[in-house]
Design a protein around this ligand. Structure first.
Ligand SMILES: Nc1nc2c(ncn2[C@@H]2O[C@H](COP(=O)(O)OP(=O)(O)O)[C@@H](O)[C@H]2O)c(=O)[nH]1
Ligand SMILES: [Mg+2]
Length: 296
């Protein structure tokens, strides 16, 4: 596989972007070199996260939002991070429906990332993919994640604006989401608002976090229909461009993630296991090992 050039990425060449995305996902050094060359051309895209429990309608909502952004003449990249996607037929089907909706439209780039079986955190690769899409001229990058694990919370922290997607009648309500997810929320989208309980959930959310706006959506309705709420949500996302202070905060956190990833990549599992055995048996102290691994 030849490495795509920065020029081919910047020109929006779909095949070059897809190849670059694979290099980045595989943590190939060529992907990093490409991103370094492209970094000066980033910073324009609005990166929006959509996080919520499985089945909340995130994929459907992302697809509807993408259609709405396209109507506004914006180019859209969709990054889906679903821990279940290689194994759950439902998630794959949802992704297929979405692929079909935007098939043949070069203004939409879609990438699904499988997470299971991967070593290390997912956030750095997802962050790098969003930089790639930014450099490739996409105006909006939508990142879909399931808000249940630490990985997903880390990914939610990559985005300038975060929509937490909830549905009425969720049983234990907002407690179903990790507390960290609620902390990342810039706005709430109550999807499946065609179902009973939407008003009650809105009231519950308002009581919990009065400063966060709440939107009602029905992602399965045509985005332009008055009851769908997609236009309103799309407009709110576009208006929520992060401040310089927030961007700095995001980079502070992201640099730390990059550093941890780099350090962790030096030590493979076999080396970790061998060292753990030595510490457990009392042959070595853990401080000396960490000192040795982080030196130089
Ligand atoms: N009634 C209703 N169903 C919806 C709505 N949005 C999505 N769905 C359905 O909910 C199911 C899960 O949707 P999906 O987008 O795959 O959820 P995800 O797991 O959060 O990505 C699908 O059958 C959708 O058609 C909505 O607003 N109302
Ligand atoms: Mg989904």
């Amino acid at each position: 596989m030849t490495t795509p050039t920065p020029e081919s990425i910047r020109s929006g060449d779909a095949r070059a972007i897809a190849r670059a995305a694979t290099l980045i996902e595989n943590r190939d050094p060529a992907g990093e070199a490409l991103l370094r060359a492209l970094f000066p051309f980033t910073g324009r895209a609005l990166v929006a996260g959509l996080t919520g429990p499985p089945g909340a309608g995130k994929s459907t909502l992302v697809s509807a939002l993408a259609a709405e952004f396209r109507l506004r003449g914006l180019r859209v990249a969709i990054l889906a991070v679903d821990p279940s996607s290689p194994f759950s037929g439902g998630a794959i089907l949802g992704d297929r429906v979405r692929m079909m909706a935007h098939h043949g439209d070069s203004g939409v780039f879609i990438r699904s990332m499988a997470t299971r079986g991967r070593l290390g955190g997912l956030a750095p690769a997802t962050g790098d993919l969003s930089l790639l899409c930014d450099a490739a001229g996409f105006d909006v990058v939508l990142i879909e994640t399931v808000g249940v694990g630490q990985d997903e919370i880390d990914i939610a922290r990559l985005a300038g604006v975060n929509a937490v997607v909830l549905v009425p009648g969720m049983g234990d309500g907002i407690q179903a989401l990790k507390a960290g997810i609620l902390e990342t929320a810039s706005l709430f989208a109550i999807n499946k608002s065609d179902r009973p309980g939407a008003r009650e959930l809105a009231a519950e959310l308002h009581a919990e976090a009065p400063e966060i706006p709440v939107f009602h959506t029905v992602a399965t309705e045509p985005p332009a229909s008055p009851g769908a709420g997609i236009r309103e949500l799309a407009a709110a996302i576009l208006n929520a461009r992060p401040t310089a202070a927030r961007r700095t905060l995001l980079w502070r956190w992201r640099l730390r993630e990059m550093l941890l990833e780099r350090l962790a990549s030096r030590i493979d599992d076999a080396r970790l296991a061998a060292a753990a055995g030595q510490v457990a048996s009392g042959a070595r102290d853990p401080y000396g090992i960490v000192e040795e691994w982080t030196a130089g």
